[in-house]
Design a protein around this ligand. Structure first.
Ligand code: SAM
Length: 329
């Protein structure tokens, strides 16, 4: 069986948030005062959900948060996930999204446990600017060490995600181009979405794909790389073949029509869209002792009703019922 929604999209991509705590307080994400808002489950509960979802066609699992590396036991969890087998009989692809602060020391262990790839979030390559955005002093060196350790561990390709925010870091576009070339990582710029705690989003705060391409091209010509339909990022390499960047443009170039994702929040709710206004309480069913068959029924029905698309910037836009840090980015 393969999970499919009523618009014919097949769902094979799962994100699991293992905590909504974070050791960074990025200005565009969190208010700086709020901590965790939702519960964390024992890893065994996420594992049961993952096992069932993999039996329904999920082939890729990404661990996220909050900051997933704050959870003790994350390496063993990866090891358990790596024992699952997809419908085709393969190990699921396992990825991690992290701010990288605690990554350097455990990158190799994560790789050994079965992690395939890592994405590190980094919104400036200038250490002072980095500290202003994250509201944590001296974090930059730890994150850079995490990026380098991931490369050494073979968690390839290491991706570095940067959310651009007008007035904060759009001057980092070209420095990030240089960073991609020097560090051998794929830097991906993400358009800012209205999913923040502080409600600072306006259309003007978004640095859009066209502007990013234009600015980067002033540094060096870009050549677009062909991509698969389900890929969220538009990919470019520099004209001389050294370095790759990507742009994820949910605001200016939405890709909902090809969305293949669902999410589990740290407290075990199933979300079918980042912008869902309600979630499906999978964990409550488990707590009440439901069988796997009942959970399958519940999941299939929830996925069937996956939202068609987001409505960012439209007059009928209704904010999501949770902000990014509490969903799992
Ligand atoms: N703590 C981990 C990290 O920093 O990667 C995982 C969670 S974080 C919420 C996941 C990603 O979401 C980060 O790359 C972050 O920059 C991005 N993000 C947060 N708020 C966003 C927003 N409003 N629009 C676009 N991306 C956002």
């Amino acid at each position: 069986m393969v999970l499919t929604d009523k618009f014919g999209r097949s769902i094979h991509d799962l994100r699991i948030s293992v905590t909504d705590r974070c050791n960074y307080r990025c200005v565009y994400c969190r208010t700086g005062t709020n901590g965790a808002a939702f519960a964390e489950l024992p890893f065994a509960d996420y594992l049961r959900m993952a096992r069932i979802l993999v039996s329904l066609g999920i082939t890729k699992i990404r661990l996220t948060g909050g900051e997933p590396l704050l959870r003790k036991g994350i390496i063993d969890f990866v090891r358990e996930l790596a024992k699952l087998r997809t419908v085709e009989g393969n190990k699921p692809e396992i990825a991690l999204t992290t701010n990288g602060h605690l990554l350097a020391e455990i990158a190799q262990s994560l790789k050994d446990a079965g992690l395939n790839r890592v994405t590190v979030s980094m919104d400036a390559v200038d250490p002072q600017r980095f500290a202003r955005i994250t509201r944590v002093p001296n974090g930059f060196d730890s994150v850079l060490a995490g990026v380098r350790a991931s490369r050494r561990a073979g968690l390839d390709p290491v991706k570095v995600n940067c959310v651009l925010l007008r007035g904060f870091n759009e001057d980092q576009i070209i420095p990030f181009g240089m960073f991609a070339r020097e560090e051998g990582v794929v830097v991906r710029f993400i358009e800012f979405m209205p999913l923040e705690e502080d409600r600072v989003w306006t259309p003007e705060t978004v640095v859009r794909l066209d502007e990013i391409v234009a600015r980067m091209s002033e540094y060096r010509p870009l050549v677009e790389i062909e991509r698969q339909q389900s890929e969220t990022a538009r990919r470019y390499r520099f004209g001389d073949g050294i370095g790759e960047i990507g742009i994820i443009a949910p605001v200016s170039h939405p890709f909902c029509g090809h969305c293949s994702r669902i999410r589990i929040t740290s407290d075990g709710k199933l979300r079918t869209c980042l912008f869902s206004v309600l979630d499906h309480d999978l964990h409550e069913l488990m707590r009440r002792g439901s069988s796997d068959e009942k959970l399958v029924e519940f999941i299939v029905k929830a996925v069937e009703n996956k939202e068609e698309r987001h409505h960012i910037g439209e007059p009928d836009f209704v904010p999501a019922s949770r902000t990014m840090v509490h969903i799992g980015g």
